[in-house]
Design a binder for this molecule. Structure first.
Ligand SMILES: [Ca+2]
Ligand SMILES: [Ca+2]
Length: 476
C-alpha cells in the first residue's frame, strides 16, 4: 500500500468516524433499535466491525442472564464473574438479539454489546536505507548499547539510556510482563529461561514455561525480545533482560479470539502474578467487557501499556489504547540528527510518551516454531532475528522501562509508575506536552532517578469515549 493511498484511506476512515459520531449519545440510533422500553441497558454500537451470533452481557443480577440465554436460545461461551460478564453464542444477528433482550424488560443488566474485531498492529515495512542510517549514526557516545552480538543495531537501548540503569543494578529481576499478543516462541536461544507459564484463552490451555506458543505468528516473539531477550552474549538484549515473559495468546490460529476471551486472558494474567500487561494491538468499538478487564488489572496495581496504532490518524476511539489509566505509546525515530514521532504513529491527546519504533531488531520464531515467518539475521546458535517497525515495537520498549521501575518500586501504584514515565521523558517535537509524542521520548535513566510521587495529584485524564461522554478519571 503506497503512502498516498494510505493517507486517502485514513481520510475516508476519519470522515466515516465523524459521520458515525453524530449519534454518539444514543448509540442504538444507527441500528434502528429504539431503547424506549424504559430499560437502562447500555447497548454497544453496531457501527464497527463485529461478529454475528455472539453478545457479551454485563450484569448486576446473574439470574437475569438466564432469561437472556433462554430468549436467544443460546449458550454461555465465556463466564467471568470477576467482571460480572458472560458471553452468549446463538443463531441470529446481534441486532435481532438487542431487540429480543430489550423486550424482556430486564432490571439488573448493565450492558449488552457485540464481539468487535481487533487486530495486531501490523509492523510497517522496513526501509533498508533507514536501517543503515540508524545503525551507523552515533546517537550519544556516552550511552553505549551493551556488548551483545548485535548490539550495534540496538539504537533503541541507547535512546532510552538504559545501560546506565543496568549499571545501577536494575535489570527487571523479579518482574513479570504478560505479552498479550500472538504467543511467544520460548524455544528461541535468546529467550531461553525467559518465558514462564502462560495462557491460551481460546482453548483454556495452560502453556508450559519455555515452550513455543506462537500460534498467531511472529509478532509476539518480536515484542517479547525487545522487553526481555537474554543477557547471554548472543543476538540482542532486552530493555529488562532479567524480567520474565508470560505469553497470553489473544491472536490464535484463526486470528483475534474476541474481547470475551481477551478479558479471560487478562484476568488469568493478573491472578497469576503479572506486573505489566503489554498490548501492541487494538481496534474500533468501545467494549465494556474489555474496559472492565483492564480495570481489573489497574485496580490491582498492574501497569498496562498499549501501542497507539500505526494509522497516522488523530483519534480517540481505538481500544484498548483509548481506555483511561493505561500508558499509551507512540513510535519515535532518530532522523536528521534528532528524535521525532514517526509519520505513521497515531496522534491524540491520550498519548503518554513516545519510544523507539523504527528499525527495531528483535527475536522472531525459529524455523521449527508455529509462528515462523522467516528472519534476516541469525546469532551464533542459530536464533533468528528481524527488523520490524511500528508502535507495536515502541510499546515493548516502555514495558521494559516499566519493568525496571517495578524492580525498584515493587509496590508502586499504577499512577505512580505512569508519573515516573511521564516526568522522566525527554521533550521532543513541539515544546512541552504535544499530541504526537505526549510527554516526549521515554528515558529509563531519568525515570529511575526520580523518587516515587507520594501524593495523588489532582491530575485528571481527559478522555473521549465512543459513548459520547468525556470521561474524567483520576489516575489509578
Ligand atoms: Ca542475548
Ligand atoms: Ca513535546
Amino acid at each position: 500500500m503506497n503512502k498516498l493511498f494510505k493517507y486517502s484511506f485514513f481520510g475516508i476512515l476519519v470522515l466515516f468516524l465523524i459521520l458515525s459520531s453524530c449519534g454518539l449519545n444514543n448509540i442504538t440510533q444507527n441500528s434502528n433499535i429504539s431503547n424506549n422500553t424504559g430499560s437502562d441497558i447500555k447497548l454497544g454500537s453496531l457501527d464497527f466491525e463485529y461478529e454475528e451470533g455472539k453478545v457479551f452481557v454485563g450484569y448486576e443480577n446473574r439470574e437475569e442472564v438466564n432469561k437472556i440465554v433462554e430468549a436467544l436460545n443460546g449458550k454461555i461461551a465465556v463466564d467471568l464473574p470477576q467482571i460480572k460478564m458472560v458471553s452468549i453464542k446463538f443463531n441470529g444477528t446481534v441486532e435481532e438479539a438487542y431487540e429480543k433482550i430489550l423486550k424482556l424488560g430486564l432490571k439488573g443488566i448493565r450492558y449488552v454489546e457485540p464481539s468487535y474485531k481487533r487486530y495486531i498492529i501490523d509492523p510497517k515495512p522496513v526501509d533498508n536505507n533507514m536501517i543503515n542510517k540508524n545503525n551507523e549514526t552515533s546517537l550519544n557516545s556516552t550511552n553505549p548499547r551493551d556488548d551483545e552480538e548485535f548490539s550495534k543495531y540496538l539504537w533503541g537501548l541507547e535512546a532510552l539510556n538504559v545501560k546506565d540503569v543496568w549499571n545501577m543494578g536494575y535489570t527487571g529481576d523479579g518482574v513479570i510482563v504478560a505479552v498479550v499478543d500472538s504467543g511467544v516462541d520460548g524455544t528461541h536461544p535468546d529467550l531461553k529461561g525467559q518465558v514462564i507459564e502462560g495462557y491460551r484463552p481460546k482453548t483454556g490451555e495452560i502453556l508450559p514455561a519455555g515452550t513455543d506458543s506462537s500460534f498467531g505468528g511472529a509478532h509476539g516473539t518480536h515484542v517479547a525480545g525487545t522487553i526481555a531477550a537474554s543477557d547471554n552474549s548472543l543476538g540482542i538484549i532486552g530493555v529488562a533482560p532479567d524480567a520474565k515473559i508470560m505469553p497470553i495468546v489473544i491472536f490464535d490460529v484463526e486470528g483475534y479470539v474476541g474481547d470475551d476471551a481477551v478479558a479471560d486472558g487478562i484476568i488469568w494474567a493478573v491472578d497469576h502474578g503479572a506486573d505489566i500487561l503489554q498490548n501492541s494491538w487494538g481496534g474500533w468499538g468501545y467494549s465494556y467487557t474489555l474496559k472492565e478487564a483492564f480495570d481489573y488489572a489497574l485496580d490491582r496495581d498492574v501497569v498496562v501499556t498499549v501501542s497507539a496504532g500505526n494509522d497516522h490518524t488523530d483519534q480517540h476511539v481505538h481500544y484498548p489504547s483509548g481506555y483511561p489509566g493505561i500508558i499509551q505509546v507512540a513510535a519515535v525515530e532518530f532522523n536528521g540528527g534528532k528524535y521525532r514521532t514517526t509519520w505513521f504513529s497515531n496522534r491524540s491527546d491520550a498519548i503518554t510518551v513516545g519510544a523507539p519504533g523504527v528499525d527495531i531488531l528483535s527475536t522472531v520464531p525459529q524455523a521449527t516454531a508455529l509462528g515462523y515467518e522467516g528472519g534476516e539475521l541469525a546469532d551464533s546458535f542459530g536464533g533468528l532475528y528481524a527488523f520490524y517497525q511500528g508502535t507495536s515495537m515502541a510499546c515493548p520498549h516502555v514495558s521494559g522501562v516499566v519493568a525496571l521501575l517495578k524492580e525498584k518500586y515493587p509496590d508502586a501504584k499504577v499512577w505512580q509508575i505512569r508519573k515516573l514515565i511521564e516526568q522522566g521523558a525527554v521533550d521532543i517535537d513541539k515544546d512541552g506536552y504535544d499530541h504526537d509524542s505526549g510527554f516526549g521520548l521515554v528515558n529509563a535513566k531519568n525515570s529511575i532517578n526520580l523518587s516515587l510521587p507520594t501524593e495523588v495529584e489532582q491530575h485528571l485524564m481527559l478522555k473521549h469515549s465512543i459513548v459520547g461522554k468525556i470521561l474524567y478519571r483520576e489516575y489509578l
